[in-house]
Design a protein around this ligand. Structure first.
Ligand SMILES: *Cc1c(COP(=O)(O)O)cnc(C)c1O
Length: 352
């Protein structure tokens, strides 16, 4: 090893889902939305003036904050925007978790959390979910330097009610509690109503799932002014211009069209419930889902085999080669047509 190599970072990074590209593929592996973004997005794209790209964007990401403020009824100085909620969450780890006590999160949750903790040198403690993949709220009342939960949780798809989140926030007055609500629009309860009561709560959401804009990269957080200021202080110490001009011009259209948003979410929920029923007919056990994905296991056929054989048919789902997860598949809810093809393929795989 060269001397300089000793100074390089050593970290096992987060591994995102594959982004294969076959013309005939059915891509159900990264929880993208199968429907296009709201029609206003394309209109805004067509109206976009390329000449404006000479100029840096607004540091404040104002058009995005205004659209969110209007939709959610929360003042712009209580909103933070970033390059996807991954950026927002990473910024939150850096800005809000600076204690020498451990930050608490479940052992099975979004697998970026422990990566950020290690990257930023934040001590952490992973609290085991129970055998049914449930969190217990009492587990999060102990000495800590912060709490982060994903609700509904990924990859389990299970949501906890508002009073569960409130219990954790209320009983941690000396810590910041971050709630990652990447999937909340697919039938879970948001923690937003708690914001007026608790200044130590940060609620993080994204344009990537329910707003069909994973490719644009916009995420956001709501919190007290003090928390939002801390996030901005970190952002402005790394990179001031995070929301680029194209995102700022195009993104708001995905927020403004409430009707399209609600219709798309309802469609996905309907497809999810039908697909869960069909999976159960094939012998799968399926968690109750409040997300745009299903977390399922088959008692006889190993998940890895199903994953591999689906892949051979260009149907991509997610399989995690981890101790408590390796018997499960995480299947994004696609269109009805995509799910029918998936179910046909599963029928063949299971019965051969
Ligand atoms: C998809 C996802 C995110 C972040 O997605 P972005 O595209 O970066 O907004 C964050 N948390 C969870 C649990 C997710 O599944």
């Amino acid at each position: 090893m060269n001397n300089w190599e000793k100074n390089l970072i050593q970290i096992d990074p987060y591994v995102p889902g594959d982004q294969p590209s076959f013309p005939d593929m059915i891509k159900l592996n990264t929880n993208e939305n199968p429907y296009p973004p709201a029609p206003g997005v394309e209109k805004a794209l067509k109206a976009f003036d390329a000449d404006t790209l000479r100029l840096y964007p607004a540091v404040s990401a104002e058009p995005v904050l205004l659209a969110l403020s209007e939709f959610y009824g929360i003042e712009t100085d209580r909103i933070f925007a970033g390059v996807g909620s991954d950026d927002v969450l990473a910024t939150a780890f850096r800005a809000l978790f600076n204690s020498d006590k451990p930050v608490l999160f479940p052992d099975i949750t979004y697998s970026f959390y422990d990566v950020w903790a290690k990257l930023f040198g934040v001590p952490f403690e992973q609290i085991p979910l129970d055998a049914d993949f449930r969190m217990h709220k009492e587990d999060y009342v102990r000495e800590n330097g912060g709490v982060i939960i994903c609700n509904p949780n990924a990859p389990t798809s299970i949501a906890e009610p508002l009073e569960f989140v409130e219990f954790i926030v209320k009983n941690n007055p000396d810590s910041v509690v971050v709630v990652d609500e990447a999937y909340v629009d697919f039938g879970a309860e948001t923690a937003l109503p708690l914001l007026d009561k608790y200044e130590n709560l940060l609620v993080v959401q994204t344009f990537s799932k329910s707003r069909s804009l994973a490719g644009l990269r916009i995420g956001y957080a709501f919190g007290s002014r003090r928390l939002i200021r801390a996030l901005n202080d970190v952002k402005n110490s790394y990179n001031s211009y995070t929301i680029n001009r194209l995102s700022a011009a195009v993104g708001p259209a995905a927020i403004e069209d409430r009707e399209y948003f609600e219709r798309t979410c309802e469609r996905i929920i309907r497809t999810r419930e039908n697909s869960a029923k069909e999976l159960k007919k094939l012998g799968f056990r399926v968690n109750d889902s409040s997300t745009n994905f299903l977390f399922a296991t088959h008692p006889e056929v190993p998940a890895e085999r199903i994953f591999t054989e689906l892949k051979e048919r260009h149907i991509f789902v997610r399989w995690f080669n981890k101790p408590r997860l390796k018997d499960y598949l995480r299947i994004t809810v696609g269109t009805d047509e995509q799910m029918e093809k998936l179910l046909c393929a599963l029928y063949e795989i299971i019965n051969t």
